[in-house]
Ligand binder design. Sequence first.
Ligand code: NDP
Ligand code: PYC
Length: 339
Amino acid sequence: MSETTKMTISALQARVEAIFCKAGLNAVQAGALARVIVAGERDACKSHGVYRIEGALRTVKAGKVKADAIPELVEQAGSAIVRVNANGGFANPAFELGVPVLAERARSCGLAALVVNDCTHFSALWPEVEALTDQGLAGLVMCPSYATVAPTGGNKPLLGTNPFAFGWPRPGKSPYVFDFATSVAARGEIELHRRAGKQLPEGWAIDADGNPTTEPEAALAGAMLPFGGHKGSAIGTMIELLAGIMIGDLTSPEVLDYLGTTTLAPFHGELILAFSPEAFAAGRPGDPFGRAEVLFEAIVGQGARLPSQRRYVARAKSESDGIELTAAEMAQLERLEAL
Ligand code: NDP
Ligand code: PYC
């Protein structure tokens, strides 16, 4: 068994943040990026953990993201649409800037939207959903990525892996959260299989000639497949429409044209919707949070698990024992520190 290293969450945060600062990112960019990457490692979501540092740095070096960007709230007083321009920086600090205003508007209007424009987005969406459930709000988050997924019935990359996440607050408990790519698996999973020299499960991808493949290299050169056939294909398309075209930002094929590669983090926009369950349920019988608990208990009562349960177990372990990094991950971290 290969050696592993444990470190506290705050120690990993400091090390990742220092790598980004040394690479020229300003404090708002470096802090927000490190928080989301460390959260990925803490919750055992390796496809968006420390392995993503290198891609973010490559994107900075290629001049496709502004290391010193300061996100800006584009105020439309009282509107249910809150807009933040990331000004060419990463999405994460722009989200952090917009979320308090979004929460306040969702409470006053019942629902509100946060639009983030002109951002580079490479991270998992559940940290953003949890920022809403922490405020007692339900939330939906979505964004395009770049053309890597063939629509069902097609055979060429067109849609992105377009992540889609939802959260429901549970007073006194960890929220109900799901967060997934609308492809069978995130592209990051394919890359991790490639690095580990492992075959992909069947049904994830087709090669450049449109034939099914379990070879990671052939899948990366070909196209990934949507989850759930035509259903995932339609949800992926909806995300292109709502979180690309509707918000005046790039769609996944436009992102690929702009970047010319999938080795850099994608540049586009993001849509975050926040709902106040109390406002929607007002005047109707029953407490929405209590009724939700009945539903969750019935799901778990059948022996099923709730999404994010695996993450919460991993989080508790990281909080008590520290985050565990493999020898390869430690070597990568040390190499990036030495740059
Ligand atoms: P997974 O298929 O690994 O997991 C999807 C969700 O399903 C998780 O919430 C997971 O909870 C839950 N889940 C898994 N198994 C079960 C089960 N048996 N019962 C109930 N729930 C279950 O995710 P993906 O590979 O599709 O995506 C991984 C990450 O990649 C996401 O965080 C996504 O945001 C990110 N991503 C980001 C992109 C970007 O452009 N920024 C693009 C595409 C993906 P749990 O975690 O507890 O297992
Ligand atoms: O894992 O599919 C993915 C992905 C694309 C952009 C960021 N993550």
